[in-house]
Design a protein around this ligand. Structure first.
Ligand code: SAM
Length: 232
């Protein structure tokens, strides 16, 4: 096994990880889709309760960008709720893109790329970064992520961000130091950083967004989560 992986496995919350390393050590691997489905059930997000909460904000938007579409949990729920706008998805993982293409090819515009390299002429009325998408970026990367999402959002459009509100009680996380967490399994791992509410506000307001709404909710597995609704 790669030496850096061995080092990280023995000390998984070392703060030198990046969004790109999470792709190498987890999202880009075949097992990621199966595990994401399992984690969704364990956290209660398989119900799409987060999408039920945000749907009133996005139902009338004619274009939507989901950042990091995963295995299609959000897309499936949007379609179930009869969302009428154009659904665009940016997803870096080849494995997730294959899953999205197999299940939703005729329903979405799929861009297999890194969001930080996403080039588009379009701006979207709704931009979604659900299920801790922001936490996949290290503390040092989160400002760049905020600025990139700002450039994707149409003037007056909304950015909706969902994260856990603490690294405590994450059912599959093994380390809970400060705001960092790590998920480690047989031959894979990834790291996350749960920014404080004020840190999220600072980064996203600095990027140009204004906070429109802030919601806290609890899933059916008793996991406390929060949603930020920003406007450009
Ligand atoms: C936790 S999953 C969330 C999936 C989906 N948004 C949901 O709510 O069910 C995060 C997804 O974001 C993708 N992702 C992480 N970093 C990315 C990046 N830089 N560019 C594009 N996709 C990324 C991962 O590959 C993964 O599929």
């Amino acid at each position: 096994m790669d030496k850096s992986i061995v080092t990280a496995l023995s000390n998984p919350h070392i703060p030198c990880w990046t969004n790109a390393s999470n792709q190498e050590t987890f999202y880009g691997r075949e097992l990621s889709v199966r595990l994401l489905r399992k984690y969704a059930v364990e956290t209660g997000l398989d119900t799409g309760c987060d999408i039920d909460l945000i749907f009133p904000y996005i139902r009338r938007s004619s274009s939507l960008l989901e950042v990091g579409g995963g295995y299609g949990r959000v897309v499936r729920k949007l379609l179930e709720k009869n969302y009428q706008g154009e659904i665009n998805v940016v997803e870096k993982s080849r494995v997730s893109c294959r899953e999205l293409a197999e299940n939703f090819q005729s329903n979405i515009v799929l861009n297999e790329t890194d969001i930080l390299k996403f080039k588009t002429e379009k701006q979207f009325q709704s931009v979604l970064s659900m299920w801790s998408g922001v936490a996949d970026f290290s503390r040092e990367e989160q400002q760049a992520y905020a600025s990139l999402l700002f450039s994707c959002c149409a003037p007056g459009g909304l950015l909706i961000l969902d994260t856990a509100n603490s690294n405590k009680n994450l059912p599959h996380a093994i380390s809970t130091e400060k705001q960092y967490y790590s998920i480690v399994g047989d031959g894979f791992f990834f790291n996350g950083y749960i920014a404080e509410k004020d840190e999220i506000l600072l980064n996203f307001q600095k990027a140009g967004f204004a906070l429109l709404d802030y919601l806290e909710y609890v899933t059916n597995k008793s996991i406390c989560r929060r949603i930020f609704v920003f406007q450009k």
